[in-house]
Design a protein around this ligand. Structure first.
Ligand code: TYM
Length: 334
């Protein structure tokens, strides 16, 4: 890329609700890393979002630090990219309030994640859960992001972000860049290893259903060995072969091989050989992340310094957009 050409902006975020799974990693984090050189990247730990399910405070604090360390461990350079914690930049909550007033009740009520989470936690259907997408819109629009690397499950939230931004721009003139989702071909939806019609999720009660990015090699091998497949014992991609399709997707993401190449590689071989190869590829992908995480998490003062610098860099950009939006809606300027 030409040095005098302004780089396109990328923003994404992940909630500190537990150690990320292989799904988070292949669906989003690996793309974050791949985009880091060619774009001006802003990556956040979305702690404001995570209090919608009321985590235990000490746990939230610990998980925020761990998630931050993990983002650096996957290879994000805190000097080159802006890696920060959402609650450290006040503009997110401020712009979210403004955007709430430009979002219709009906469009927020249509969000499938809101409907799913309300069903899952009927005892705590709070207003924050309802307003979750406007906070996410604020995250994205504050940085004038061109691209947002996400898994398929966040696509609807990106659509509402685009609608809100277009509505605001329509009323007040160009204020926000309209963002595009960036969804990888393979890996966009990694499924549960035990119920391959359901997405892999870090909150699954069955630990055999997901691989955590910090699992050791033995655990990875064991979980992939026990992954649900089918009785056909032939490796090829086809409708209905959900378990095998999922393992092929995982293998493809970790090795860069296409589905055709994978089918050729395992022609005449059974699921035992296939699973062993998938486990080896996943273990090789995650081992350096785990080692780097263990090194970084022991250095809290370094992590704190990076977080502070990240928050300052993020705030400078975010405040510029926030001021612009505040002016447009008519807040009295001093
Ligand atoms: P979160 O924390 O649930 O997940 C982080 C990222 O991982 C992706 N992902 C998956 N991809 C493939 N297969 C899976 N099984 C899988 N599970 C999760 C998610 O799509 C996501 O990209 N609301 C967001 C966090 C957020 C955000 C933002 C994202 C807050 N503000 C602004 C983008 C832009 C969330 O809960 O992601």
């Amino acid at each position: 890329m030409e040095t005098n050409e302004k780089k396109k902006v990328v923003l994404s975020a992940i909630q500190p609700t537990g150690t990320p799974t292989l799904g988070n990693y292949l669906g989003a984090l690996k793309n974050w890393k791949n985009m880091a050189d060619d774009y001006d990247c802003f990556y956040a730990v979305a702690d404001l979002h995570s209090i919608t399910v009321r985590p235990e405070p000490a746990q939230l604090r610990r998980r925020t630090l761990e998630m931050y360390a993990l983002l650096l461990a996957i290879g994000l350079d805190p000097e080159k990219n802006t890696v920060f914690v959402q609650s450290h930049v006040n503009a997110h909550a401020q712009l979210a309030w403004i955007l709430n007033c430009y979002t219709q009740f009906g469009e927020a009520a249509r969000m499938t994640q809101f409907k799913d989470k309300s069903e899952k936690h009927p005892e705590n259907v709070n207003v924050g859960l309802f307003a979750y997408p406007t906070l996410m819109a604020a995250d994205i629009l504050l940085y004038q992001a061109d691209f947002v690397p996400i898994g398929v499950d966040q696509k609807q939230h990106l659509e509402i972000t685009r609608n809100i931004a277009e509505r605001f721009n329509g009323l007040y003139g160009d204020t926000f860049t309209i963002p595009e989702p960036f969804i990888g071909k393979a890996g966009a939806k990694i499924m549960s290893l035990q119920e391959p019609t359901k997405k892999m999720s870090k909150s699954d009660t069955n630990v055999k259903a997901f691989i955590s990015v910090l699992d050791d090699t033995d655990t990875i091998v064991r979980k992939i060995k026990s992954a649900v497949t089918d009785s056909e014992a032939r490796v090829y991609y086809a409708e209905g072969k959900d378990g095998v399709n999922n393992l092929m997707g995982i293998y493809s993401c970790c090795t860069g091989k296409s589905f055709e190449e994978i089918e050729q590689e395992f022609e005449g071989k059974g699921y035992g050989d296939f699973k062993a190869a998938v486990a080896e590829a996943v273990a090789a992908e995650l081992a350096p992340v785990r080692d780097e995480f263990n090194r970084l998490i022991a250095d809290k003062s370094y992590l704190n310094a990076c977080m502070e610098a990240g928050a300052q860099k993020a705030a400078r950009v975010a405040n510029r957009t926030l001021r612009k939006a505040m002016k447009k809606v008519g807040f009295y300027q001093l």
